[in-house]
Design a binder for this molecule. Structure first.
Ligand SMILES: Nc1ncnc2c1ncn2[C@@H]1O[C@H](COP(=O)(O)OP(=O)(O)OP(=O)(O)O)[C@@H](O)[C@H]1O
Length: 598
């Protein structure tokens, strides 16, 4: 069994380097943005030095010359304008790159989800997948949009500020430099604690989405069973846990980030003032230097504050990225073609040879299943609920891979067929016919351009779906809402029959509907099924034994094993499980018709 992803599978380093690898295609644009950012920041840092020159060199009492002042004013405005314009362009560049990266990431995740096998979907709630594609990628977006540019900008600013400080006064600048290790320590501490909090926060968002999606999907049952209160409570619990973890983060920021950074600021100011105080004993304190230093100190803590705040987002983004990459690395893929041969399905001979299968690697749900369906034959699968009927179909459709035994079509192993060949020649009709939000035509054709409108209509006619389609206001272009909710279950069945017939498969795989429809629709469905089965190998799950009496072979399953096999008459004679089930259903039907009469 493949291991499902866990956050521990990916180290933080790997996550960060993978996030960085997404930037590779944008190297050129990033370089431009980076250069703009550097120049903008340098211009920004130049301001106080210009001011210092003005104060110390030209602001002398009773002496005012216009010329240097004008030069300085123009330089000041010029530098400021360069900084504003370049900051504007670098911001747009970074944001544009970030949005492109996220779009790619989102498409990667969506593409990956489509490659994953049913094993994955059996074990992962839909809402949590939605959460990864939406919330988590959105979380990563912040990383590229603001974190990255802030980190770069802040680093460049800090370097610039230090250069400025060193130009002004080496000793004082060295004092400030000593503060850096302490600030880094503070950042590390914050990162350590916040990572834990963020993981919980993301997990809670995911759980909320999962609960929401479950509630939306099962709304009819929830209302019918009056489960609103229970679900509200469950949602409330997760929501409160989410709130608590958010509060924890706020406390962490309020406690660790603001006061700590402010304390460092005060220490730095005190060092600086003491320094100038001591200096005043020996020499004159230059006001311009003092001004520039105060200005730099203010600016020095700006990038540190922003980095600390961006660290929050960085943590969030890394946690989100762990979850997204975890999904991208998930090994529970849908089985795909193996080998280089490219067999085709021409006859429709289906064989199961000694197949044993387990979903979880522990409990065998199918044991030593062997049977053969000759071309054009109908093999019916019957048995109590949980006996393994659907599992046989799941394997034949290659939704899961098998490790013991083999499945063959026309003598070739199932795993050697390409997906295109398999899906084109094996038509699957499930109990719950899934309709896409589109129109009737597209739901039958499913985007296959090789199927003409005439072929769609023929298919509909073949299964007699045309009778109700013709009565629709838009006919074949009548819109269908999500999941086909506006159609009756019988109509949905007929549409899915038409969809299967449109591809004209060699093999039919049916899970017969149990939903009760009116007698007229029931007859239409049975008639359609009879016609569809003609000339096609059919493997059908039969819930009502009356519908498969003409099957060439009936396999009776019990706890994953075939316990009886034969035709309807042979099995009745055997007086075993099938006979018992038949008698039971017959009794059911008779008592129902009896009570209807009385
Ligand atoms: N996706 C799954 N993951 C794990 N176990 C499963 C899964 N699907 C079915 N099972 C288990 O496999 C066994 C066989 O189930 P299966 O759906 O094949 O029975 P069935 O005969 O089709 O039942 P029904 O008539 O109720 O549809 C059951 O014990 C079931 O719990």
């Amino acid at each position: 069994m493949s291991t499902p992803y866990t956050k521990e599978n990916l180290s933080k380093k790997k996550v960060v380097s993978r996030l960085a690898s997404y930037m590779k295609p944008h190297k050129k644009a990033l370089t431009y943005a980076f250069i703009m950012l550097c120049i903008a920041t340098a211009s920004d840092v130049l301001g106080p030095i210009l001011m210092k020159i003005f104060i110390d060199n030209y602001l002398t009492p009773r002496n005012f010359s216009w010329q240097p002042l004008t030069v300085l004013a123009v330089s000041f405005i010029l530098v400021y304008m360069i900084s504003v314009v370049l900051n504007y362009f670098q911001l747009i560049s970074f944001q544009g790159i970030a949005l492109k990266i996220i779009q790619k990431l989102r498409m990667d995740v969506f593409g990956k989800v489509q490659q994953l096998g049913l094993e994955f979907f059996d074990q992962t709630p839909g809402g949590s997948i939605v959460s990864r594609i939406t919330n988590d990628t959105e979380g990563i977006k912040d990383l590229y949009v603001s974190v990255l540019s802030t980190f770069i900008q802040s680093t460049i600013s800090l370097i610039g500020i230090f250069i400025g400080m060193f130009i002004l006064d080496v000793r004082l600048a060295s004092f400030c430099l000593l503060l850096m290790p302490l600030i880094f320590l503070l950042m590390q501490t914050y990162r350590h604690f916040s990572a834990k909090v963020f993981r919980v926060t993301r997990e809670k968002v995911s759980q909320m989405n999962a609960k929401l999606s479950e509630s939306l999907q099962g709304m009819n049952m929830i209302q019918a069973m009056r489960q609103q209160k229970r679900l509200r409570n469950e949602f409330g619990t997760i929501s409160s846990q989410y709130l608590r973890s958010q509060m924890k983060n706020i406390r962490l920021i309020s406690f660790l980030v603001r006061p700590a950074v402010y304390s460092f600021y005060l220490i730095a100011v005190m060092i600086m003032l003491s320094f100038f105080g001591i200096q005043s004993f020996d020499s004159v304190v230059k006001i311009g230097v003092l001004y520039a230093f105060v200005n730099y100190l203010d600016r020095f803590f700006d990038p540190i504050n922003s980095v600390m705040f961006q660290l929050t987002r960085f943590q969030q983004a890394v946690v989100s990225a762990e979850r997204v990459f975890g999904l991208l690395d998930d090994k529970r893929l849908a089985p795909v073609k193996e080998g280089t041969s490219d067999p085709k399905i021409t006859e429709g001979l289906v064989e199961f040879r000694d197949v044993t299968f387990s979903y979880d690697g522990k409990k065998d749900v199918l044991k030593n299943i062997s049977f053969e369906a000759k071309p054009g034959e109908t093999v019916a699968l019957v048995g109590h609920t949980g006996s393994g009927k659907s599992s046989i179909i799941n394997l034949l459709m290659r939704f899961y891979s098998i490790e013991h035994g083999g499945i063959y079509i026309d003598g070739e192993p199932l795993k050697t067929f390409s997906d295109e060949e398999l899906r084109a020649k094996c038509g699957l009709v499930l109990q719950d016919s899934f309709l896409f939000a589109s129109d009737v035509m597209e739901n039958i054709r499913l985007g296959k351009t090789s199927i003409s409108e005439e072929q769609v209509m023929e298919a509909a006619k073949f299964v007699q779906a045309d009778q109700f389609i013709d009565k629709l206001p838009g006919k074949y272009h009548e819109p269908i809402g999500e999941r086909g909710a506006t159609f009756s279950s019988g109509q949905r069945q007929l549409l899915s029959f038409a969809r299967t017939m449109a591809i004209d498969p060699k093999i039919l795989v049916l899970d017969e509907a149990t939903a009760s429809v009116d007698t007229e629709t029931e007859e239409a469905i049975q008639e359609a099924l009879r016609k569809m089965r003609k000339g096609r190998t059919t493997i059908a799950i039969a819930h009502r034994l009356s519908t498969i009496q003409d099957a060439d072979q009936i396999l009776v399953l019990h706890q994953g094993e075939i316990v009886e096999r034969g035709t309807h008459q042979e099995l009745l004679k055997l007086e075993g499980l099938y006979h018992k089930m038949y008698q039971l259903q017959l009794g059911d039907v008779q008592s129902k018709s009896g009570s209807a009469v009385s």
